[in-house]
Design a binder for this molecule. Structure first.
Ligand code: GUN
Length: 303
């Protein structure tokens, strides 16, 4: 059984990027990422701060534009337009979710496609599905790096993706397909989810439901990637999922929650041949890929 930690993979990506950053810096170019955060969702705040910190650690410039939750649509549009026009801005990231009065699809479409480091603009989504990607969404791109690092073969394999979000599920399916896997996308309306998941030699779970996938969903020897990051406050649930894990119980007491994946780790670990932990699996790769996409944006526009 292989525990697929994300850190060594993220470190390898960072090493690659450091060389590229030095080359750009020698030409006087400091790639820049501008993140837009609307409102006060605590998890979004944590993510945006982590992204900015990662940029700065690597010598990229990072700026966060924090707008109030009741921001008018025109104000957000004007900010995006200003960043689109500004030649000093390489990457633009609109942190999701947006408050309900701001239609996500509209604003994602307003970001200049050549600065869209999340790869969420319709043009970039289309390019990905055509097999000529410009910006690959960070989490699925990171998972592909992880699978490559741990030597997971994909060609000809049965892959099941649980979750059909625009951020993870759909682009993940596109990438697995491009790698010649036979891909099924399962979701909340899928009939007999355990049976569909048991088909999978590679199972990627991105449903946003704590411990949705248990031993009954897993084919013996499957490779399991857990994309879920769920804040769980229920002490009994945590005790059931992580029996005897004193560190987690301690964290729960201190913070009021602990992070739990979409996979019931302690039971699935018995059946899988490889599995990602939460935290410390996919998470570190998402940010490393964002740095990679920001560099790519700088190179695309500035040559
Ligand atoms: N919210 C959750 N994941 C993401 C992501 O990868 N990018 C953005 N912009 N928002 C998110």
């Amino acid at each position: 059984m292989q525990v697929m930690a994300g850190k060594p993979v993220a470190e390898l990506i960072r090493q690659r990027l450091r060389r590229e950053i030095e080359e750009l810096q020698e030409r006087g170019i400091v790639p820049s990422l501008h993140a837009i955060l609307v409102g006060n969702d605590p998890a979004s705040g944590v993510y945006v701060r982590a992204k900015a910190k990662a940029c700065q650690e690597l010598g990229l410039s990072a700026e966060t534009h924090h707008l109030p939750a009741d921001t008018a649509p025109e104000v957000l549009s004007e900010l995006i337009a200003a960043l689109n026009r500004n030649p000093q801005v390489d990457g633009i990231l609109l942190q999701l979710p947006l408050p309900p009065h701001l239609p996500t699809a509209r604003f994602l479409s307003e970001i200049a496609p050549e600065k869209d480091v999340d790869g969420f603009h319709p043009e970039n989504v289309g390019l990905l599905w055509q097999g000529r990607p410009r910006f690959v969404p960070c989490t699925p791109a990171g998972i592909m790096e992880l699978l490559r690092f741990y030597g997971v073969e994909l060609s000809g394999k049965r892959a099941v993706v649980v979750g059909r979000s625009d951020i993870v599920g759909k682009p993940m399916a596109a990438l697995l397909l491009a790698a010649n896997a036979t891909v099924t996308i399962a979701h909340s309306k899928t009939a007999d989810l355990p049976a569909v998941c048991r088909e999978a030699e590679v199972l990627v779970v991105a449903a946003g439901k704590p411990a949705l996938v248990g031993a009954a969903h897993v084919r013996p020897g499957a490779v399991v990637v857990d994309v879920g990051v769920n804040r769980v406050e229920d002490r009994a649930m945590v005790a059931r999922l992580f029996p005897g894990d004193q560190d987690r119980q301690g964290e729960l007491s201190k913070k009021g929650y602990t992070l739990v994946g979409d996979v019931a780790y302690s039971e699935v670990v018995e059946k899988a041949s490889a599995i990602t932990p939460v935290p410390g699996g996919v998470g570190p790769l998402t940010i490393a890929q964002l740095l990679a996409n920001t560099l790519r944006a700088a190179r695309l526009r500035r040559g």
